[in-house]
Design a protein around this ligand. Structure first.
Ligand SMILES: C[S@@+](CC[C@H](N)C(=O)[O-])C[C@H]1O[C@@H](n2cnc3c(N)ncnc32)[C@H](O)[C@@H]1O
Length: 308
């Protein structure tokens, strides 16, 4: 595997085992990043497997294009949201695919570039958009939403226990424009009560999720991915926090049941039919050796399901 690229794919071997790429197969990588997982899928499906890859970030598309150029037309990379999966497949005339993967969240490339505003390790403008040309930046949200809306974002997407207090402090200190300014402000509201993680971690997570509508996008793509899969095709999702993992777990549970009527109802009226078989009853997590070499893998969870 090429290691000259900055991003180590999380659960790399586990993704390949889950998807089982084979020649002539068609695969979708919804979250290309630096193309690490995509490269593995293309290699394993040689000589003629094909991959459609999505990313919103032009920098990711540029790096993945360079990295995957040796595969020629077998790799089709688009700068677009994976929420357009059904439409993209229609444009390609791909009726069904053998595997779909999602590796959610921010890449280390994005995190390590201060100007993207995802990290408070260095001072930079609060941007946080996966697509830097579209939508509202984190600074934009922080300086325009009201106190209740801000507190709601911090509570719902960061499970931040001091959400109200932090929202109030943001309003009192507007304009909040940089990563350091926000991190320091949050830290002050904690009054030294933070545990082992930096007190601003949850606030940054919450804002990133809100800026990129991450949970809504995940909810929108899961049914499209299942609809796109051929029988016995696999869907593999790597999540990095409990909000994402809960959505995937509940969706897999729901779609693996024949009847979803309330248990007290004697006769089924829902007509629901299972479309998936859950392959991972418990999510897979990185091995000790992966954790030793890749800090980002720390909270990764992989869930896999198979189309019936
Ligand atoms: C964790 S990285 C993926 C890393 C990749 N698996 C690899 O091997 O390098 C997640 C990527 O998904 C992209 N992304 C997030 N939300 C997206 C969306 N709705 N549509 C397309 N790409 C998205 C981000 O820009 C980021 O580059």
């Amino acid at each position: 595997m090429d290691t000259t690229y900055p991003h180590l794919p999380v659960l790399y071997q586990e993704i390949l085992t889950a998807i089982q790429p084979r020649p002539a197969g068609r695969y979708v990588d919804c979250t290309l990043g630096a193309g690490g997982h995509a490269l593995g899928i293309l290699e394993a499906s040689s000589p003629d497997g094909q991959l459609l890859g999505f990313d919103l970030d032009p920098a990711a598309i540029e790096i993945a294009t360079e990295r995957l150029k040796g595969f020629g037309t077998r790799a089709i990379l688009v700068r677009a949201s994976y929420t357009g999966l059904t439409d993209q497949l229609k444009q390609l005339n791909w009726e069904a695919v053998q595997g779909v993967i999602l590796d959610l969240g921010v890449s280390s490339m994005q995190f390590d570039r201060p100007e993207r505003g995802f990290s408070f390790r260095e001072d930079a403008p609060l941007d946080m958009r996966f697509d830097p040309d579209r939508g509202r930046s984190a600074a934009d949200l922080l300086n325009s939403l009201n106190e209740v809306e801000l507190a709601d974002i911090l509570w719902r997407y960061g499970e931040e226990r001091f959400s109200r207090r932090i929202a109030r402090a943001i309003l009192a200190n507007r304009p909040v424009m940089t990563t350091r300014q926000l991190a320091e402000l949050v830290k002050r509201e904690y009054h030294g009560k933070a545990g082992h993680i930096h007190p601003a971690t949850r606030t940054f997570q919450a804002l990133r999720i809100a800026v990129n509508s991450e949970l809504a996008s995940l909810e929108a793509v899961l049914p499209q991915a299942v609809a796109a899969l051929a029988g016995a095709g696999r869907l593999a999702v790597i999540s990095f926090h409990s909000l994402e993992d809960r959505i995937v777990k509940q969706y897999f549970q729901h779609e693996s049941q024949d009847c979803i009527c309330p248990p007290e109802q004697p006769v089924c009226t829902c007509g629901h039919r299972a479309s998936l078989k859950v392959i991972t009853r418990h999510p897979l997590t990185p091995s000790g050796s992966e954790l030793d070499t890749n800090e980002r893998a720390r909270s990764a969870k992989l869930r896999v399901a198979e189309k019936l």
